[in-house]
Design a protein around this ligand. Sequence first.
Ligand code: DX5
Ligand code: ZN
Length: 229
Amino acid sequence: MDFDLPIIAPSILAADYTKLGEQIGECLKGDIRWIHCDIMDGHFVPNISFGPDVVAATRRTAPEAFLDVHLMIEKPDNYIEAFSDAGADLISVHYEACPHLHSTLQNIRHHGCMNGVVINPGTSVELIEPVLNLIDLVLIMTVNPGFGGQLFIDESYDKIRRLIAMRNEKQSNFLIEVDGGVGLKNIRKLVETGVEVLVTGSSVFKADDITKRVKELKEKANLGRKDFV
Ligand code: DX5
Ligand code: ZN
């Protein structure tokens, strides 16, 4: 699947759930096509968010959107079918939650979704080297998972650079996504560093004008494109 890079991926974790459909609509008006759904179970991370029903509601609200479902849950294999049935286009799972990561990633594709592996700030990129040719996306957590509105962890830049070097060495073609603490101040540098998908939660949904904000983020992100003329 071809994507118009870089991609701004609003995380609906940060949305006002009393008007989720309306706020997703405001993102779509800003030419957003990729929606990030943060699923939390209160075990793998110290917070509980929402499940397949909210992903299905997002699918109904945005039939054309690309739904990127980030499972911050234990035993993700048990829920791949439910999130695929709910309308997920991509399902990403945490390296730290998958004792049989290779099999889990195959299971995601078996259910018709693109697959991704996620690593926490304390996990080195070298640990996912064995699966880099099996995946469509790597998500580097740039905050400790569980809550929106946290500060970006600056050591993440080195991880991004190391991952890009590994991708080049292996001639892989997975996308590189970051999640946590991304906003107007750092999005250009992240794109310049080579990030292709940028999850933005509070920067989008806490803004006074969501549509205006996603356009600002896209403009800033495009300034960081290597081919930007
Ligand atoms: C953490 C969540 C957040 C969220 C983005 O587990 O995954 O990173 O999506 O939140 P902001 O953009 O507000 O940091
Ligand atoms: Zn996420």
